[in-house]
Design a protein around this ligand. Structure first.
Ligand SMILES: O=C(O)CCC(=O)C(=O)O
Length: 284
């Protein structure tokens, strides 16, 4: 069955809230093949990153071990690019899936990423103010040619939390900053095992639930969730959930240009980069 096309009211929903789910876009045979390749990708991720491995990217770098054909078929799912264009614009198209990431759940212990807003939270505060500044960031964050990230799970996935509408705000609210400041990535990883597994799971869950207005994205196999990744979001993971989720992007030439022009500002995707400067700049 071809992908159900978004309506004008779906488009409005996306522009207002910053996320939208195209339901069940993957045909059964392709889902089987993608799951088979994702299982191989998980073995590679475990080998590279150990039992808490969260991702493998890009898939094409592992062409020797992975069969890329199912990922190429994903690119050609009937009606998918039309649906992306209907929701976003004619300029948008799915990034080739062989360049995508697969996100996995941990094998041993629960953990959560910090609440974060992509890009903005991965640059140094002083450099941000010198090169971009708040006024330009408002335009950049609201530019719908940019920041259209995708999660498409191969198994049921409720790991991602999102704050609808938050992508529109240059300045975070005091309540959002209180939650952000309430923990650190180190505490959410708990590498020195201060908490039992259950204590850590509930601690991470409370941190997710504490964010005002946050919704847990409940995605079923083949659901294609597009979200503006400059809004607040996080991933919260437990070992008892089998997670294998394609993580990709609806691309535009403008996004490629922005990424190339500003690549020098993106520091490693280190958690909590410049946390103190960002909190201080927000008067926290
Ligand atoms: O695991 C997820 O769904 C979220 C991942 C994430 O936060 C990110 O890639 O920025």
């Amino acid at each position: 069955m071809p992908v159900v096309q978004p309506t004008e009211s779906d488009r409005q929903f996306y522009r207002e809230n910053g996320y939208f789910i195209l339901r069940q876009i993957i045909p059964a045979n392709l889902l089987r093949d993608l799951r088979r390749e994702a299982a191989k990708a998980y073995d590679i991720a475990l080998r590279i990153s150990g039992p808490q491995a969260q991702r493998l990217a890009p898939l094409k770098d592992h062409a020797g071990e992975l069969e890329l054909q199912p990922f190429h078929e994903f690119d050609r799912i009937e009606g998918l690019n039309d649906a992306i264009k209907a929701l976003l614009s004619d300029e948008h198209e799915l990034k080739p899936t062989e360049e995508a990431t697969i996100l996995f759940g941990p094998r041993e212990r629960p953990w959560s990423t910090e609440w974060h807003r992509d890009w903005r939270d991965h640059v140094l505060e002083a450099e941000f103010q010198a090169e971009i500044g708040d006024a330009r960031w408002q335009e950049i964050a609201m530019d719908f040619r940019l920041w259209n990230q995708v999660n498409c799970p191969l198994y049921e996935d409720s790991s991602t939390w999102y704050v609808p509408g938050s992508f529109k705000r240059v300045h975070n609210t005091a309540a959002e900053l209180r939650v952000y400041a309430s923990s650190t990535q180190q505490e959410l990883w708990d590498e020195d095992k201060r908490r039992t597994d259950e204590e850590l799971e509930l601690f991470c869950l409370r941190y997710c639930q504490a964010m005002p207005g946050a919704v847990q994205l409940v995605l079923n196999p083949g659901d294609f969730c597009i979200y503006r990744n400059v809004g607040w979001h996080l991933g919260n993971y437990v070992p008892y959930r089998q997670r294998m989720t394609l993580h990709t992007h609806c691309h535009t030439p403008a996004y490629a240009k922005f990424s190339a022009d500003h690549a020098h500002m993106q520091k490693a995707l280190a958690a909590g980069i410049d946390r103190h400067a960002r909190l201080a700049a927000a008067g926290y």
